[in-house]
Design a protein around this ligand. Structure first.
Ligand code: ADP
Ligand code: MG
Length: 730
């Protein structure tokens, strides 16, 4: 982009007005889930008998026979066609970052030379997308390139535009999962079973436990025309170069500030579309960094919440374009300011409405509360490394371990009150009643468990896994990631911890121990075992890193090495025993993650090299020529000594530009060479390590020089929109 063009685009962007989003006549409660085939629609479009069967399928996982499926499909088709749908698609979540779909029209021959609209139970329940180009990590060799997608009735179908979208799992011909949803559903079923059994100690009428997820989605908005002028943003989702603007987030004036009008219009539009699709949007606000925002719905059952998160990310991207923006979901689109994450608020609840991670009113409630808190800590303690592996990626790596967002060590913050309680519980080994001091003292009537009133203001923003009153908040998930990766690990690890807990309690009961005492004993034992995972201090500090290493926690920051946890013996044991993933599936997942990691850095390195050689060095050279021209003109009209004085600054600049240019050219070549060397490494793990150790750091080293040139070179000549232009125009 020539500089005059750049100024023009900046000026135009600055003048843009909000897109008009008219107020609706109807209220959100009226248009909520308008495009979702939920129970209300099922009741209307299905016969009573079919409706009841469907409820059994959804609530109890009953099998769906083909005849019923046909009837369901017929009702769905009728409903969808009234909304203008002409096509349907299985909508699934392959092991890439997005979702996939392949549309089929409702049309079929009527065998009289015409067409009829048809949608059968078979089409609803199962499809065979030719899926050989989706990542399979070697599971699906090409001669059995078929993959199956199968309907997930627990997530309702919905209509977008002219298409009926059917949420599905995606598996290989031989039954291995090739997506996030299949193992997620298995993990949710494992945690349901394990948690129900433990919940029954306290509430015998529990028949089901639901895993809840409330995600908070952070994102950036950038004016579309400025975005288009940044090949790095366009191709990689982040700026590979660009000097901080003089003012960025140091004024702390963006967080919770008033929402800029163009953005407010975008948010309003997005929320209406989301609500119509049944996504219960609730919260919106500015985030810490300039042009950074957040959206959060009310929490939902985890499987549905994840579908909704995948859907909202695609809605955000589409709606942003309508408003002349691009929505950036990359974890770190801009250096020097905060990146974006996706906090995962997670808890378990019974079908009888008891929030298992929340304190309750009775002593028994609180023993249950402590049990679920401690077993969550046990899960995180045992599989902290794996939990980190579930969120690590080439893009999220820019966030982890920086002085923002979560540190690259998985620990858990409980707050003073809960920490004190656990410590007291651990120390007291008799049945005497104990109180916490001061305002937090609430005696319970039964030994050892004080009734709790949790202080919700006791927050720690530096903890990756913080207890926040009635749930845990896992903050390390990347903004563009599929939350399922983390939720698969967390729920499976929880199931394992609860099973292990129950085994020990039952063994004590079998020996004649009183149930409550047995539970207390095992809880006490576990408080001791998982002590190392608890940390309430500053998670960003160097002292914590050292302390964590002393405690034996995983402090590794290299993504390829963190990914090794997918293949840890205890990982494989856990997933196999919980029936969630097999060893072969884990190996495949590990390979896909490594492959994706390599590809991301490969692409960044290429784009970066091109930008350096085609944009930056030529422009810097042009500016340098102008300076040289000036110096020689000065020499031509002044005496040597005076000319030298007058040109001193420019001569220095000329030298600096030469130095920076020389460095850039030399190291871009080095970048190419390192890539070449890395690409020849036969094993994928070692190749990823080479990309991490030798290729990625060069991008940073070179960037330093590019960003310095940006400071020196005449603004008129600089081709790329600058941070101040991208981040302050809204
Ligand atoms: P924050 O202060 O962290 O921004 P919010 O009040 O905005 O917290 O809530 C964040 C998310 O947590 C929302 O999606 C909310 O519905 C969800 N949430 C609240 N309680 C629970 C719970 N018990 N389990 C799971 N998610 C929850
Ligand atoms: Mg939060």
């Amino acid at each position: 982009m020539s500089s005059s063009l750049r100024f023009q685009v900046v000026a135009e962007a600055f003048k843009k007005k909000p897109v008009d989003v008219p107020n609706r006549e109807d209220r959100p409660s009226e248009f909520f889930a308008k495009y979702v085939f939920n129970r209300q629609k099922m009741m209307k479009y299905l016969s009573d008998d079919v409706y009841r069967k469907m409820c059994d399928v959804i609530d109890n996982g009953a099998r769906l026979d083909l005849q019923t499926a046909d009837q369901v499909a017929e009702g769905m088709k009728k409903w969808a066609m009234q909304l203008g749908a002409t096509h349907c698609t299985h909508w699934f979540q392959p092991l890439t970052e997005g979702t996939a779909e392949k549309h089929d029209g409702f049309v079929e021959h009527d065998w009289k030379g015409g067409m009829v609209e048809e949608f059968t139970g078979k089409q609803l329940v199962q499809q065979e997308p030719d899926a050989s180009s989706f990542p399979s990590g070697g599971i699906r060799s090409t001669f059995e390139a078929r993959g199956y997608s199968a309907w997930d009735p627990s997530s309702p179908v919905f209509v977008i535009g002219d298409t009926l979208m059917i949420p599905t799992i995606f598996i290989s011909y031989t039954g291995e999962s090739l997506d996030y949803k299949a193992p997620l559903k298995k993990a949710l079923s494992a945690v349901d079973k394990a948690a129900t059994a433990v919940a029954q100690y306290f509430y015998p009428d529990t028949t089901k436990v639901i895993s809840n997820l409330g995600w908070e989605q952070e994102y950036f908005l950038v004016d579309e025309d400025l975005y288009a002028a940044r090949p790095d943003l366009l191709m990689t989702g982040r700026t590979l170069m660009g000097h901080d603007s003089a003012r960025n987030q140091q004024m702390d004036d963006h967080y919770f500030g008033s929402i800029p009008p163009r953005v407010a219009a975008f948010m309003k539009d997005l929320e209406i579309r989301a609500l119509e699709l049944g996504i219960p949007c609730k919260t919106r606000h500015n985030e810490v960094a300039p042009n950074q925002f957040e959206l959060a719905p009310i929490f939902e059952e985890t499987n549905l919440a994840i579908d909704h998160n995948m859907l909202i990310m695609s809605l955000m991207r589409r709606t942003a374009r309508k408003h002349g923006f691009r929505c950036l979901l990359h974890e770190k689109p801009f250096a020097g300011i905060n990146g974006s994450g996706k906090h995962n608020n997670w808890s378990l609840a019974t079908d009888t409405g008891i929030l298992l991670h929340a304190p309750g009113k009775t002593p028994l409630d609180n023993l249950r509360f402590v049990t679920f808190i401690v077993e969550t800590l046990m899960a995180v303690h045992r599989h902290g490394g794996l939990l980190k592996a579930s969120i690590v990626s080439a893009t999220n790596a820019h966030r982890l371990g920086g002085h923002e967002a979560p540190p690259a060590i998985v620990s858990s913050f409980l707050g003073t009150q809960l920490s004190e309680l656990l410590t007291k519980l651990e120390e007291s080994d008799n049945d005497e009643l104990f109180n916490l001091s001061g305002k937090q003292s609430f005696s319970l009537g039964i030994p050892q468990i004080p009734e709790l009133l949790l202080d919700n203001t006791d927050r720690n923003r530096t903890s990756p896994f913080a207890f926040t009153g009635n749930r845990f908040e896992f903050r390390a998930v990347g903004s563009q990631a599929n939350c399922a990766a983390a939720m698969i690990v967390l729920n499976t690890a929880m199931a394992e911890a609860l099973n292990h807990f129950k085994e020990r309690v039952d063994a004590l009961i079998a020996k004649g121990e009183d149930k409550i005492k047995a539970i207390l004993n095992v809880v006490r034992e576990d408080i001791k075992s998982c002590r190392d995972i608890r940390f309430d201090g500053n998670g960003y500090s160097e002292e914590w890193r050292q302390e964590a290493a002393r405690r034996g926690l995983d402090v590794e920051t290299s993504a390829p090495l963190v990914l090794d946890h997918y293949l840890d013996p205890e990982t494989i044991r856990m997933f196999e025993s919980m029936n969630v993933l097999t060893k072969a599936e884990l190996e495949a997942r590990n390979e896909i993650k490594l492959e994706t990691y390599i590809k991301k850095i490969q692409i960044e390195a290429r784009i970066f090299g091109d930008l350096c050689l085609n944009h930056i060095v030529p422009v810097a050279t042009r500016y340098q020529s102008q300076l040289i021209d000036n110096v020689s003109k000065v020499q031509s009209i002044f005496k040597a000594e005076q000319a030298a004085t007058l040109s001193a600054n420019n001569v220095t600049l000329i030298e600096h530009i030469s130095e920076h240019n020389a460095f850039i050219i030399e190291h871009v070549q080095k970048l190419i060479d390192e890539r070449r060397v890395a690409n020849r490494i036969p094993t994928i793990r070692e190749r990823a390590i080479a990309y991490h150790d030798r290729v990625a750091p060069l991008l940073e080293t070179i960037r330093y020089h590019v960003d310095h040139l940006e400071l020196i070179v005449d603004d008129e000549l600089w081709p790329l929109p600058k941070y101040r232009e991208m981040l302050f125009i809204r």
